[in-house]
Ligand binder design. Structure first.
Ligand SMILES: C[S@@+](CC[C@H](N)C(=O)[O-])C[C@H]1O[C@@H](n2cnc3c(N)ncnc32)[C@H](O)[C@@H]1O
Length: 365
């Protein structure tokens, strides 16, 4: 990739500009394309303030056929630009995402997940004619079925408090100081929250990767990419948004660009049997553990690393599952021990101490 395009907002039609970019030069595409909302009338809140919806020219198409042709063209362009192990995310609503999904499958992309962005604070359906539309759908796809795409599973798990990240993401709309305004009004009708892009980029790229956003808008993708040490290329046809995006990204100084800080764990951490905690002296035989931090639900630790509760014996997972009525249970995050000051702490902290080989850290755990 020539440095001319890297970390730049390119102004123009993405279908044309993508033609000038070299094949197989992009690691990830994030696309937030026009929705084809086809709004026929203005929308007002009950207090008669006008809803700043998507009624701009960039969202106008002459019917589904034109929209499909446009979708096929940009998805084909992205496919040429993607490296073989690259990935693509596209976000949309019920107006367009199902058409986009079918077309990307027809083109040979392989859908890995659809993810629901569940809006913590959605706009109500003011007329009361339908359900509140409270989510958008992201499709995550690899270039083809066999591609070795990037997925930072452990980083996602860690971001999610040790539990596997699910495909329903509860995140608020872009509001407050993050929302870019001009003359007191939203600068762009569909600015996405940085939290959404943070998750997407952390999950499916590594530091130094090149991320292309062919519908850049206010540059949310570039802003987050810059913070996370990824390269980015934004294409946006409207001059006013290009200016906003450039200023926004220029104003960002990443706190760190060191690879050792920005790299995330790629491999599964070493397995630690629960009994190791006893061998290391971090827990003692006979000591009490508390289920989900509840001081009335206790089990005794046996010398072999099993737990005993009301005559039932088993591993930390089996006893947890027993107490949870048979549901699967990751005992590491559900059992608590009492530290030297009488505070209840999750036993997963002790597992980390064993992994780091530093039992002195137990008091800080
Ligand atoms: C849904 S918005 C993207 C908003 C963006 N994700 C953000 O957070 O600000 C789509 C953007 O694509 C731009 N656009 C639409 N068609 C385009 C095209 N053919 N080439 C380049 N940009 C286009 C629009 O001007 C609009 O800013």
């Amino acid at each position: 990739m020539s440095d001319k395009a890297l970390d730049q907002v390119l102004q123009g039609d993405s279908l044309e500009i993508m033609e000038d970019l070299p094949s197989e030069s992009i690691d990830l595409v994030f696309a937030d394309p026009p929705y084809n909302l086809q709004l026929s009338q203005e929308l007002y809140r009950p207090n008669m303030t006008r809803v700043e919806g998507v009624d701009a020219d960039w969202d106008r198409f002459d019917g589904f056929r034109e929209y499909d042709d446009f979708t096929r063209a940009w998805l084909s362009g992205c496919r040429r630009l993607l490296r073989d192990d690259g990935g693509l995310w596209v976000i949309g609503t019920y107006h367009n995402i199902h058409r986009v999904g079918a077309i990307l499958q027809d083109l040979g992309y392989w859908i890995l997940n659809d993810v629901l962005w569940v809006k913590a604070n959605p706009m109500p359906n003011f007329r009361g004619t339908r359900f509140t539309n409270a989510h958008e759908i992201l499709i995550w796809a690899s270039k083809n079925k066999k591609a070795r795409y990037t997925f930072n599973h452990h980083a996602m798990k860690s971001l999610n408090g040790g539990k596997q990240m699910r495909s329903d993401w509860y995140l608020p709309l872009c509001t407050g100081s993050e929302r870019i305004k001009r003359n007191g009004k939203k600068a762009h009708a569909t600015q996405k929250p940085e939290a959404l892009l943070y998750r997407v980029l952390l999950a499916s790229t590594d530091p130094g990767d090149v991320v292309l956003d062919p519908f850049f808008g206010t540059g949310t993708t570039g802003a987050v990419a810059k913070r996370l040490g990824r390269h980015w290329i934004g294409i946006e046809k409207e001059a006013r948004y290009v200016e906003i995006a450039r200023k926004r990204i220029e104003a960002i100084t990443p706190d760190s660009v060191e690879p050792e800080v920005l790299n995330v764990v790629r491999e599964r951490p070493p397995r630690v049997p629960f009994g190791k905690l006893l061998e290391a002296g971090l827990l003692r035989p006979g000591e009490e553990l508390y289920f989900r931090g509840d001081r009335s639900l206790t089990a005794k630790v046996k010398p072999d690393g099993r737990l005993r509760i009301n005559g039932f014996e088993g591993s930390i997972h089996q006893t947890g599952s027993h107490l949870a009525g048979g549901s699967p249970c990751n005992g590491w995050v559900h059992w608590y021990y009492k530290d030297g000051e009488g505070q209840l702490r999750v036993i997963d902290a002790l597992r980390e101490v064993v992994r780091k080989g530093d039992p002195d850290r137990v008091t800080a755990a």
